[in-house]
Design a protein around this ligand. Structure first.
Ligand code: URA
Length: 422
């Protein structure tokens, strides 16, 4: 094979053969296909797409580029993956809840880039907590505690790690087949029996429209089916931040409220909807996650999970050096609060990073005191901007310009779960 031949084929709209795909993904991982060649191929795929069978083969080739975990847990394993949003701390209460219901939850997670937060960044605001575990530690913790949230081990899908970094700098991230193959290669390599996808849709998500979200959900489910993994997808609204907290430590605090039986209604609703779907796929549909949450058993798994990774679940979380409060200009009902704008504001305040090497501030973020549908009086606090770098406040305020509105009358709210794709 030659890389130029494969690039020309995709450039001219042909379907790549299984052999071409296996060769090009393997050769790229070994450094035989050059970065500039893979970037040309990624752009050709971005422009001309891939058929379902091509995407499935591409995924399989990325899985084969590295090791796969073979988990022996003694109970069904099921994982959740979100395509990324604003205030999306759902993994934090969900993984211990589903473990408390009887499944094993190996949740290999990522860091945030841009305006979307990362689960590992949030958990690292807990003093002592460690994201990096070996495959043996993951296995042992799954048996002892039932849930693990940690970084992917270096050997999992190395082709994806290389290709994702390349796509990030070549304008080829937003390709449905490449996103689907990227997500599923890591999840298949992780070796869970079943997977529930939370495909986010709206301003704060990668997929801005229901059509795109539906196409991504279908591509993800198709890959799962072709690889023998039980998969389903919920398409959920990401036009408004989830919960009231957006950032790192503030999101951990909100997740703990949910685990203790409180917390915002939308976070509880989505946690339970995803838990039911995961339990269904794991063959545990007779367990009621709402009851388990109320019993406190999910909180106990959370505390054990944090301790097992060196963290202190009772330690105070860091507080910001500076707080700037945005107040309501008039009486009324909040009619909109744009997820993307709040995500960018939190990022500017230091909760996210601009480059992979950057560090994040544990205490930075935005607290939304009022959510759409709730009443306010003039002068009431609307948004609390938290940061250790007060010079970042003007940029955060600029991001929030036009992001919320106060109406005179109440407005209806769309449901959070828009569609289920199985
Ligand atoms: N998340 C991933 O893991 N990969 C993508 O390509 C996009 C989002």
């Amino acid at each position: 094979f030659s890389a130029v031949e494969v690039i020309r084929a995709k450039r001219d709209g042909a379907r790549l053969t299984d052999e071409q795909i296996d060769w090009v993904v393997g050769a790229y991982t070994r450094g035989v296909v050059a970065e500039e060649q893979m970037s040309a191929l990624a752009m050709a795929i971005y422009l001309n797409g891939m058929a379902a069978a091509e995407t499935a083969r591409w995924t399989a080739a990325m899985v084969a580029s590295g090791e796969t975990l073979s988990l022996r847990v003694g109970r069904p394993t099921v994982d959740k993956h979100s395509t990324g949003g604003v205030g999306d701390k759902i993994t934090l209460p969900l993984a211990p809840l589903v473990a408390a219901c009887g499944a094993g939850v190996p949740q290999l997670s990522g860091r945030g880039l841009g305006h979307t937060g990362g689960t590992l960044d949030k958990l690292e605001s807990i003093p002592g907590w460690r994201a990096r575990l070996t495959a043996d530690e993951i296995q042992a913790q799954l048996v002892d505690v039932g849930a693990v949230i940690c970084a992917a081990t270096d050997g999992l899908a190395p082709a994806d790690r290389k290709l994702y970094a390349l796509r990030d700098v070549t304008g080829t991230v937003e390709s449905i087949p490449l996103i689907a193959a990227s997500i599923m290669s890591k999840k298949i390599a992780e070796g869970a029996d079943a997977l529930v996808l939370d495909v986010k849709c709206g301003s704060g998500a990668f997929m801005k429209t229901p059509e795109d979200a539906r196409a991504l959900a279908a591509a993800l489910v198709d890959i799962g089916v072709s690889r023998g993994v039980r998969v389903s997808a919920l398409i959920t609204d990401m036009s408004v931040p989830l919960g009231r907290a957006v950032g790192n430590a503030v999101e951990v605090a909100e997740a703990v409220e949910v685990l203790r039986g409180g917390g915002p209604g939308d976070v509880v609703e989505l946690t339970l909807a995803l838990a039911r779907e995961m339990l269904d796929l794991a063959g545990l549909s007779d367990v009621d996650p709402g009851e388990v949450l109320r019993s406190g058993a999910a909180y106990d798994v959370w505390a054990a999970m944090i301790r097992a990774q060196g963290g202190d679940p009772d330690a105070p979380l860091s507080q910001p050096g500076h707080v700037h409060t945005v107040v309501a200009a008039s009486d009324g009902v909040l009619s909109t609060l744009d997820a993307y704008a709040v995500g960018v504001a939190a990022w500017r305040l230091g909760a996210g990073r601009a480059r992979k090497e950057d560090s994040v501030q544990a205490a930075a973020g935005v607290v939304c005191h009022v959510k759409p549908g709730e009443s306010v009086r003039a002068g009431d606090p609307l948004l609390e901007l938290r940061t250790d770098t007060p010079e970042a406040v003007p940029a955060a305020l600029a991001a929030l310009d036009g992001a919320y509105a106060i109406a005179e009358a109440a407005v209806g709210r769309e449901s959070l779960v828009l569609e289920v794709v199985r």
